[in-house]
Ligand binder design. Sequence first.
Ligand code: UD1
Length: 428
Amino acid sequence: MDRIAIVGGAPLNGSIPISGAKNSAIKLMAASLLTDQPLRLTNMPRLADTRFLARLLRRLGTEVTEIDGPEGPETLLHTPEIVSAFASYDLVRQMRASFNVLGPLIARSGHAKVSLPGGCAIGGRPVDLHLKALEALGAHIDLNEGYVYAQAPRGLTGAKIEFPFVSVGATEHTLLAAVLAQGETVILNAAREPEIVDVIECLIRMGAKIEGAGTSTLHIQGVDRLDGATHPVVPDRIEAGTYAVAAAMTGGKVTLTGCRPEHMGALLSKLEEAGVTVRRAEASVEIERQGERLRAVDLVTDPYPGFATDLQAQFMALMTLASGESVIRETVFENRFMHVSELARLGADISVHGGEARVKGVETLRGAPVMATDLRASVGLVIAGLAARGETVVHRVYHLDRGFERLEEKLSNCGADIRRLKGEEDAA
Ligand code: UD1
């Protein structure tokens, strides 16, 4: 298993191109199941997760072609017909978001058998809201031996669906089913993440009728069929935010290009509060810190436009070297502090009480071997390693490969001493 070795201490200087958003790309790929015409996605990230979903879609009947287009990586997806409406445990277990093929499969072919995803490192992560919404749209759902058996032989019917709390996955999943339902669907308490707006924009390009993108109430008028389209994947605000925190952590000056600063509001204002200089432009943002120590700031994770839970581990890494104490409260996932004990191995002073972590800033971190536990936690460890004295080796980097495209290259181009150690035994 690959590892990543980092010798900390070098400031980051230069520019980093931001890729298309993983969390949008995989939902857009699933949306391609809704039409028998080709969907062309541009600004596609090339990640383990997108490759993985491509494998699943091919089994369902999708032709997936990756192209190096004139303006970067593209993926062409074409499903003339659904040849199988089955997603096995092995496939869904490896990537939870593959569960979201269930809705499109029911909408397009009237039935599906998809494995329940099960738990993961950051908590139980149930899918009860997804299933209730699909039932409200008229799908008949049975759970048996870990599988969802869904039937809607006469198609889905629009309904009013109110979520008890905000769920990104359930909002998207409902959208992907409701666009082909008969009549109107109203989703109340919908998630407002930019990736959801992106999926809605793509569906509209395909001929769907949806109003309310970016608000918590969505109105969907079902249509009989959707068409093909060309759609650019929205820039990855989590990748951009991660590199912004990395630059704040090491000091230096980094420009993030091809991003959308307006999607990064909560993070950028926290960075400013901590003492980082942030210069926003239309499609780029410059992050600068020269020498001065950062101040500790508190934060609470929340659904968008709140502070993203997917940036919590990175920000915590940053706070380990700030002056003072930072209180970080996680409200989205129940068990998202797995990185705390690994950060402690580098010398961080953090205590956790329930959903709250108290981070007392220390003067220095020291490199050590650490283990990645999930995608965002692992990049938090990379960030800490970039500022720690000596060498940090991050084990289990397959977590990073799921969501960060060419991470070592993007960081080393800005002066980081970071390299991949190929294929040796994972000692972690
Ligand atoms: C998505 C993102 C993930 C991000 C998260 C929150 C993808 C592939 N993943 O995950 O990176 O961290 O949004 O921004 O886009 N819940 C239920 N029942 C349900 C669904 C969710 O109880 O049916 C709970 C979850 O356990 C969690 C909370 O709701 O505590 C929010 O989860 P949700 O917004 O659904 O996250 P995901 O879509 O899984």
